[in-house]
Design a protein around this ligand. Structure first.
Ligand code: DC
Length: 397
């Protein structure tokens, strides 16, 4: 349900020279979604930091936050377009080919070992993945950045074979190269990527591993498409309701969602702990809307993993009918939460919240929105599954 409105994330990780970029672009083109080259983000950030007078050599050992925070937060990434034509923008300008130089690659590798830099880019990457469907290419996309991606692919190929492919590529484009040096370079990069302390290169437990050593590009691409086909429609969990006789209809569920006062939102934090929080909300156009601060436990969890479970409880009445019992009615929604970006939709959500909870004070709405609207994030939960249950007086127990 509502697949078109849930960002669909495919992660493509693997070592240097395995053909990730070519395959990721082709895949993004086929799926007509954006292509996120996270190596380009590391390269761009490395150049940006150097232009602004900072380099990792200036870092004192053990310093957890080596780059000034204001400097980092001045480097904002966005995406434009889709497929192979996707553009990565830094502060509104498409990143240039300067980032493709060997030197920029080495500078990227140097900053990529710093936890502070990885955290900063991880948040930026997750933000992009929360707002649009992506093929995300890199080293730690399936493990650290998008742990709940719909489909994870890890590409492998023997280092000698990767070196030979690069050798042939360079030779074809008339660039002088030495196969032994290229092999050594690939081995060193592997060593660095696989052994770094923070987010090392390794396949996620649920990734499909495709060894391309003895396959051509078309064969690898076909294997990727098969994997996606198998995983794309992963539904939310279905817990069988023990008392089916108490299940309520979809219409009753929707009426309860529309009529209940507060709800309980459960999110998942980075370490896998559930976090459930009481919530004021409105049910509007088939989705649950709520507001909160841009950063905080709720927002951070949702940005990292947008799967949520939302529950409401309607009327309740403890009863004694020779048994201790309770009449109740409740609904559980499984879905995905998205930051609402459209200004009109955001304002409508906030207005509906004000009308639900403080209808007698709507004259203050515009003023309040002007004062704090910019600091307020609006999220919507797009349901994948809605179920409800009730025990009511007319029933026999
Ligand atoms: O893929 P690339 O060569 O453009 O990447 C440049 C460097 O950035 C490379 O040394 C590995 C690092 N990198 C990373 O650590 N994590 C990513 N997700 C992407 C790149």
């Amino acid at each position: 349900m509502n697949e078109s409105s849930s960002p669909f994330i495919v992660t493509l990780d693997g070592p240097a020279g395995v053909g990730k970029s070519t395959l990721a672009k082709r895949l993004a083109e086929t799926l007509d979604i954006a292509y996120l080259d996270t190596g380009a983000m590391f390269r761009t950030l490395a150049l940006y930091l150097r232009e602004n007078g900072w380099s990792p050599e200036k870092t004192a050992a053990g310093n957890d936050e080596p780059a000034p925070r204001e400097l980092l937060s001045g480097c904002v990434f966005t995406l434009r377009g889709s497929g192979a034509a996707t553009e990565l923008l830094c502060n509104g300008t498409p990143v240039s080919d300067v980032i493709r130089s060997e030197e920029a690659g080495m500078m990227a590798a140097d900053i990529a070992v710093l936890p502070q830099i990885r955290e900063y880019l991880k948040t930026a990457q997750q933000y992009l993945g929360n707002t649009s469907s992506l093929v995300a290419e890199g080293r730690d996309m399936g493990t650290a950045v998008f742990p709940s991606a719909a489909c994870k692919i890890f590409l492998e190929a023997e280092p000698e074979i990767r070196a030979m492919r690069r050798y042939l590529q360079l030779r074809e484009s008339g660039k002088p190269c030495n196969l032994a040096e290229l092999t050594e370079h690939i081995r060193r990069r592997d060593q660095q990527d696989r052994n770094r302390a923070h987010a090392p290169l390794s396949p996620a437990e649920d990734a499909a591993i495709i060894d391309s050593s003895y396959l051509n590009m078309d064969e690898v691409f076909a294997a990727i498409l098969r994997t996606i086909g198998a995983k794309r429609r992963t539904p939310p969990p279905v817990y069988a309701m023990r008392r089916q006789d108490r299940a309520i209809s979809r219409e009753e569920c929707l009426a309860l969602l529309a009529g209940c006062e507060y709800g309980l939102l459960a999110t998942i934090d980075k370490s896998g702990w559930p976090y459930a929080v009481p919530l004021s909300y409105v049910f509007m156009d088939g989705a649950v809307y709520f507001h909160c601060a841009f950063t905080g436990h709720k927002s951070n969890n949702i940005v990292a993993d947008n799967r949520v479970c939302f529950t409401v409880v309607g009327a309740t009445l403890p009863v004694y009918d020779k048994n201790y019992s309770t009449y109740y009615e409740s609904v559980i929604v499984f879905g995905r939460a998205f930051a609402v970006k459209d200004e009109q939709e955001r304002t409508r959500g906030l207005r509906m919240l004000a009308e639900k909870y403080l209808p007698a004070h709507m004259d203050g709405f515009e003023e309040s929105r002007r004062r704090s609207g910019g600091r307020t994030a609006v999220y919507k939960i797009v349901p994948d599954q809605i179920t409800g249950k009730a025990k009511r007086p007319r029933e026999k127990t």
